[in-house]
Ligand binder design. Structure first.
Ligand SMILES: *Cc1c(COP(=O)(O)O)cnc(C)c1O
Length: 394
């Protein structure tokens, strides 16, 4: 049997965007209220309240009209002034990329970079902060999605706060899939979105903003205003009594509203647990197949993405194409510096269910066998099932 590239696949096990929850897709079909209609303004205020609850914030988050790259660019543009010194932490493609946005706003950018299968060591951050008292903004990516690795942002955030600097966090592909919130890591700007672990379509940014970040952005003469990159413009837009700077993305907000209801009703802890279990089962399967995880150690392996090092002699793109053609399963490849070196199985939102570990492993193992790299598929499945069927510790 062959699945055509011209037809949708059977299962999408990507690392975002993900196939949205069915309820979210139906939510996208709600009628589009006029943004000046009081009913829409009341809806928007409630929606921002739900995002605040989900993000466990003590103030209102900002919803921006563009997928989180817009939020990241806006964070750099709004917070960083030409007098700032930025410390950029790079353990992967996104962290590395942030420096290019930071450099648009200040010439003073320092960096700590580690190999892309490792995590940032808080000790190194501490030493850098001590050696450079002038560091005023620290930027870090929580889950380096192209590597499937997690940085210790709560520890890093405590050091940054003690130093008195501001911290910008990219938590786009971790928020909603594990226990991470802006105030836990003391982020000043915490950028995430609904299109990864919340299982909603791409097109929006959710942004946590600390009070001191508001003060700094409002005082920053270089911060964009009357612009899609402006954060400052949206400060009071959550309130039904205040106008929007420009038209909100109404359909996507309808979808996100459902995604937040699903997340809060299921219970965040329950949602995180199924992400973690799916990842644990997948990792056990990968190892039992005799393959290597990309992450230098399992302690830093993401609960929302499992990353497998491509065996020598295998063309990674052909491997994913075989999984799609033979089984209708879409997996993610690497990005930038990790392209061609690894394959990623996403466990985000609706696919963060243990049974998808079996589907992902089976498709991956079948594709490897098809390319002539022999693995015993059953071994991987047995190992994953053993994890899935282990009763919880408590
Ligand atoms: C998905 C993602 C983003 C958003 O960027 P796109 O590549 O455009 O989807 C930003 N940061 C991280 C870490 C992400 O995983």
């Amino acid at each position: 049997m062959r699945y055509s590239n011209d037809r949708p696949p059977v299962i999408t096990l990507t690392t975002g965007p993900v196939n949205a929850y069915g309820e979210v897709l139906r939510g996208l079909g709600r009628s589009l209220l006029y943004d000046h209609d009081p009913a829409f303004q009341a809806f928007y205020e409630r929606l921002v309240g739900k995002a605040q609850t989900a993000m466990r914030l003590s103030n209102k988050p900002v919803l921006m009209q563009g997928e989180p790259v817009l939020g990241l660019e806006a964070a750099a543009a709004s917070l960083i002034a030409r007098t700032d010194t930025v410390l950029n932490l790079a353990s992967g493609v996104y962290g590395k990329g942030f420096a290019s946005w930071a450099r648009r706003h200040t010439p003073n950018v320092l960096e700590i970079e580690v190999p892309y299968n490792q995590a940032i060591d808080p000790q190194a951050v501490d030493e850098m902060l001590k050696a450079h008292p002038e560091i005023s903004v620290v930027c870090v990516c929580h889950h380096e999605t192209p590597s499937g690795t997690i940085n210790p942002i709560n520890q890093i955030g405590a050091l940054v706060a003690a130093h008195g600097a501001y911290m910008i966090v990219d938590a786009v592909s971790s928020f909603g899939g594990m226990d991470t919130h802006p105030e836990d890591c003391r982020a000043d700007l915490y950028v995430t979105g609904p299109s990864k672990c919340l299982g909603s379509p791409p097109g929006l940014t959710m942004l946590g903003v600390s009070q001191r970040a508001w003060d700094k952005m409002k005082a920053n003469k270089d911060a964009p205003r009357a612009s899609v990159l402006s954060i400052v413009d949206w400060e009071n837009a959550w309130s039904r009594d205040k106008p929007f700077p420009f038209t909100p993305s109404i359909a996507e907000l309808n979808g996100m509203d459902v995604a937040l209801d699903l997340y809060l009703d299921e219970g965040p802890e329950t949602v995180w647990a199924r992400h973690a279990l799916t990842a644990r089962a997948t990792r056990a399967g990968v190892k039992a197949l005799g393959l290597s995880l990309w992450a230098a150690c399992e302690a830093i392996a993401s609960p929302t993405t499992t990353t497998i090092r491509t065996p020598d002699g295998i063309d990674e793109a052909k491997l994913r194409q075989a999984a799609r053609e033979r089984y209708g399963v879409v997996l993610s490849g690497g990005r930038g510096a990790t392209q061609g070196k690894l394959t990623r199985i996403g466990h985000m939102g609706p696919t963060a269910q243990p049974i998808y570990a079996i589907a992902g492993l089976t498709a991956f193992a079948g594709a490897l066998n098809a390319l002539g790299h022999r693995v015993e598929t059953g071994r991987g499945i047995d190992a994953a099932m053993a994890v899935i069927d282990t009763p919880p510790a408590d």
